[in-house]
Design a protein around this ligand. Structure first.
Ligand SMILES: [Zn+2]
Length: 187
């Protein structure tokens, strides 16, 4: 058994260092019990320009409020799927692309929002994910929202099946830093 890996991609620096470290630790705490039957343990890493997440790994982007990388992912859902249905994040389940908006400077809340978006991502579900079961809720997620046994089983199921994660958003942003035509340009 190996260790499971989850990547936090905060290429635009939406979080300061303390907040990022808090989210890293909270997210590891949430995912740990989900993968305990499948892996020796789990790590949450910060993605860099060269990160490519594997099909059983998890990748979640953290974005400043008002910015989206998921909306640039391929095969955006139409019809039943509603991008922007969640208050604190977004997922394109067709492409394995998900993101959290750093609207709250609270690590527990942000980690729970990331877990929720990763459930959409790994289970390839739009709004049908939502039911009143802890972190599957379609309602408001707070620092107190519980990780239920059902949530753990759902995440385990999602991680067990191969779901390619959309790592190309990392390249889009890092290349964009040097491209005056890109919305990510950093002069
Ligand atoms: Zn949702």
């Amino acid at each position: 058994m190996a260790f499971h890996r989850t990547y936090i991609a905060d290429l635009l620096g939406a979080m300061d260092k303390d907040l990022a470290l808090g989210v890293q630790s909270e997210l590891a705490t949430l995912i740990g019990p989900c993968v305990s039957d499948l892996y020796e343990g789990n790590w949450v890493y910060f993605a860099d320009a060269t990160t490519k997440a594997g099909a059983h790994e998890c990748l979640v982007y953290f974005m400043p409020p008002g910015r989206s990388i998921v909306l640039q992912s391929p095969k955006l859902p139409k019809g039943d799927f509603e991008l922007g249905g969640d208050q604190g994040g977004n997922t394109n389940p067709n492409s394995g692309a998900c993101e959290v908006y750093v609207k709250w400077k609270d690590a527990k809340t942000l980690a729970r929002l990331a877990f929720h978006e990763l459930l959409h991502n790994r289970l390839k579900l739009g709004n049908t994910l939502h039911k009143e079961d802890g972190l599957r809720t379609g309602g408001v997620i707070t620092s107190a929202t519980k990780l239920t046994d059902g949530n753990k089983r759902d995440m385990a199921k999602g991680i067990k099946q191969p779901v390619p994660q959309w790592s190309d958003g990392i390249i889009l942003m890092t290349n964009g830093f040097h491209d005056p035509m890109s919305e990510f340009y950093k002069p």
